[in-house]
Design a binder for this molecule. Structure first.
Ligand code: DLZ
Length: 170
C-alpha cells in the first residue's frame, strides 16, 4: 500500500488546537526498538505541540502484545485514545504474517470493543531500511501521523457527542 500523496507528517498544527484536556495512551513494542522508539518520539512531539500533557507511555514486549496493552490503557487508565506502536520486519519464517495479522486484528478489536480510537502505528516492512525511512527518514515519521490520527479521532468524537455536524476539517 503506497502512501505517496498522503503524508500526514506535514500536518497542519493549527487544526489540532484545543486538545489540552485529552488523555492519550501510547503502547510501544520493544522489538525493533530503534524503530519503535523513533515512532514514539514522533508521536510525543505532536502531542506536546498540541498541548497534550496527560500522556501514558508503556513498553510491551512485541507487537503481538499491543492489543491487550491498548485495551488496558483504555479501560484502566481511561485514555481517550491509544497509539499502538510496533515494527514487524519480515524474516525467514511465517512469524511475520502471524504477528502482523494478530496485531492488526487485535488493535482493531481493542478499539471497537472499547468504543475508543486505537490507532494502528505498526510498520510492516521487508527490511530495516524501509522501516528507517518511515520512522524519521525520507518517508516521514509514521508516529507523527499516528498522533495526528489519534487527536483527529478524539476531536471527532467530541464534536459528534456535542451534536456538531462540522467535523474537524483536517
Ligand atoms: C517473535 C517475534 C518476531 C519473530 N518478530 C517480531 C517483530 O518483527 N516485531 C515485533 O514487534 N515482535 C516480534 N516478535 C515478538 C512477538 O510480537 C511477541 O512479543 C512474542 O511472540 C511473545 O508473545
Amino acid at each position: 500500500m503506497a502512501t505517496e500523496g498522503h503524508d500526514l507528517s506535514a500536518y497542519d498544527a493549527a487544526r489540532l488546537t484545543d486538545c489540552a484536556s485529552f488523555r492519550i495512551g501510547i503502547a510501544v513494542a520493544e522489538w525493533n526498538s530503534e524503530i519503535t522508539y523513533a515512532l514514539r518520539d514522533g508521536a510525543l512531539a505532536v502531542l506536546e505541540k498540541s498541548g497534550v500533557t496527560d500522556v501514558h507511555v508503556h513498553d510491551v514486549p512485541g507487537s503481538f502484545e499491543l492489543p491487550l496493552a491498548s485495551q488496558w490503557l483504555l479501560k484502566h487508565k481511561g485514555c481517550d485514545a491509544v497509539i499502538a506502536i510496533g515494527s514487524v520486519i519480515r524474516g525467514e519464517t511465517a512469524h511475520f504474517d502471524f504477528v502482523c495479522q494478530s496485531a492488526a486484528q487485535g488493535i482493531l478489536r481493542a478499539g471497537m470493543d472499547s468504543d475508543r480510537p486505537v490507532v494502528f502505528c505498526v510498520l510492516t516492512d521487508d527490511n530495516i531500511d524501509q522501516s528507517r525511512a518511515r520512522s524519521g527518514g525520507q518517508h516521514g515519521n509514521k508516529g507523527v501521523e499516528a498522533a495526528v490520527a489519534a487527536l483527529q479521532m478524539v476531536l471527532l468524537r467530541r464534536d459528534l457527542d456535542s451534536g456538531s455536524n462540522w467535523g474537524t476539517g483536517l
